[in-house]
Design a binder for this molecule. Structure first.
Ligand code: UD1
Ligand code: CA
Length: 453
């Protein structure tokens, strides 16, 4: 990577009309993160730290979403959309500061990776004034075409301004380009709006640079990476592609997925090698799954950590603050929120554990509920190591169950239980010998009397 200073001018002033949304399209999430943040990650990974963000709608929120750690983001408001050339000019104050290179990127291409950016920057150093990032597509409609003569890029022609012949060209402008830092201000200032749309086209910079004796070139990027987002349908396509890419990366890093197309990841999902993910698992933000854990089918995991050797599901829900220790088990139809589940502890069936601490090797019987909420405030339940909670118990917090204590099933526990004690909080069982038989005979007689009447 280069030590040259590069300024990235990121255009995000679109109206997002076709999204039919109450917010700017670049705020819509892909993998649970605003698409503008994805673009910023790629820019940052290409070694660029200075960002001039051109905003319109939702300027403040867009700037906040773009300000990922490690980047200096300055925002420039474009009050009127007069074209991509005009949009870049909004950042002219930053451009004039004297960077070695100016990268222009769009905020609505979340599948972007650093590779084409690094390649374009390297190419510029071979003595070019402008390096355009192009892509090849079977369906070029709507894109600017890269026109080549004698093997040299000579112009970018927009769809509306292109001739019949030019429209047949399948090499297209991604919209991203790198411009020679010292020449950028002059080149950009020469762009006019003399074209079919009456807009200031950034793409005119190719012909302008050549007319001044400069050299221009293009590098190729995969079409997929350059997929832009204009509609909700395109957003769904981008999400699918992003999910595919991320699953693939995880599988190559050693994660097993039986049916990867049914596993949904978040931008920050951490899954270590030798984790097995069964079908139909959804990860929300903040999930960390350590090596050797198993996530069984139909589980939903968010803001939770699952330690090595632990097992989750099938049909489990881990909510924020769930922290499963080594070899712990949270089984079917259990919900865990803001709770430590100690090493080897078992919460296996139909249980709710919230605001709780569960010691190592404790066993939580089926249907146990930590009653953590009185309608106003939340309270904690503490369960000591090796405690055994009988099935269908309600632990009314705040309450502490001692180490090695046993709770009889069906108990409602409202007071602390000491270590190694047995606690029974339920009605005592009574046995009435022969009474069932008497009840049956009485009922049969009543029925017979009704029939005879
Ligand atoms: C642009 C390119 C075209 C390329 C295509 C790739 C030009 C003239 N054309 O066309 O060659 O194939 O992208 O997708 O550059 N924007 C602003 N302010 C403006 C205008 C645009 O911020 O005044 C932003 C938009 O929000 C968008 C990006 O710039 O993110 C591109 O603008 P758009 O109008 O979509 O350009 P295209 O016509 O698609
Ligand atoms: Ca576009």
């Amino acid at each position: 990577m280069t030590a040259d200073r590069c300024l990235a001018v990121v255009l995000a002033a679109g109206d997002s009309t076709r999204m039919k949304s109450s917010m700017s399209k670049v705020l819509h999430p892909v993998g649970g993160q605003p698409m503008i943040a994805h673009v910023m990650q790629a820019v940052k990974a290409a070694g660029i730290a200075d960002i001039a963000l051109v905003t319109g709608r939702d300027a403040e929120k867009v700037t906040k979403a773009a300000s990922i750690a490690g980047l200096t983001v300055r925002s420039y408001f474009q009050s009127e959309r007069k074209g991509t050339g005009h949009a870049v000019q909004m950042a002219k104050e930053a451009i004039a500061e004297g960077f070695d290179e100016i990268l222009v990127a769009y905020g609505d291409v979340p599948l972007l990776t650093p590779t084409p950016l690094v390649e374009a920057r390297a190419k510029l150093k071979e003595g070019f004034d402008v390096v355009v990032i192009g892509f090849r597509t079977a369906n070029p409609f709507g894109y600017g075409r890269l026109l080549v003569e004698n093997g040299e890029l000579i112009a970018i022609r927009e769809e509306k301004d292109a001739s019949e012949e030019e429209r047949k060209v399948t090499w297209c402008n991604s919209g991203l380009m790198v411009i020679h830092g010292a020449k950028a201000a002059d080149l950009l200032s020469r762009i006019t709006n003399n074209n079919a749309k009456g807009e200031f086209y950034l793409t005119d910079i190719v012909e302008i640079a050549r007319s001044l004796g400069g050299r221009v070139a293009a590098v190729d990027a995969p079409e997929e990476e350059m997929t832009g987002c204009n509609t909700r349908a395109e957003l769904a396509v981008i999400e699918r592609l992003w999910q595919q890419r991320r699953r693939h990366e995880l599988m190559l890093s050693g994660v097993s997925m039986i049916a990867p197309e049914t596993v949904f990841l978040c931008h920050d999902t951490v899954i270590e090698p030798d984790v097995l993910i069964e079908p139909n698992v959804v990860f929300g933000p903040g999930a960390v799954i350590e090596s050797g854990a198993v996530i069984h089918a139909f589980s939903h995991i968010e803001g939770a950590r699952v330690a090595s050797g632990a097992a989750v599901g099938p049909f489990a829900r881990l909510r924020p603050g769930a922290n499963l220790g080594r070899n712990a088990k949270v089984g079917n139809f259990c919900e865990v929120k803001k709770a430590e589940i100690g090493e080897g502890a078992k919460v296996n069936h139909l249980t709710y554990i919230g605001d709780a601490f569960i010691g190592a090797h404790a066993n939580i019987g089926a249907g146990t509920i930590t009653c953590n909420y009185d309608g106003y405030n939340k309270f904690e339940t503490h369960i000591g190591a090796n405690a055994f909670i009988g099935s269908n118990s309600a632990l009314v917090a705040p309450v502490a169950i001692g180490e090695g204590a046993i709770i009889g099933s069906g108990s409602v526990i409202t007071a602390d239980v000491p270590d190694d004690a047995l606690a029974l909080g339920r009605g005592r069982q009574e046995i009435k010998p022969g009474r069932a038989k008497l009840i049956r005979e009485r009922n049969a007689a009543i029925k017979a009397a009704k029939k005879g009447a």
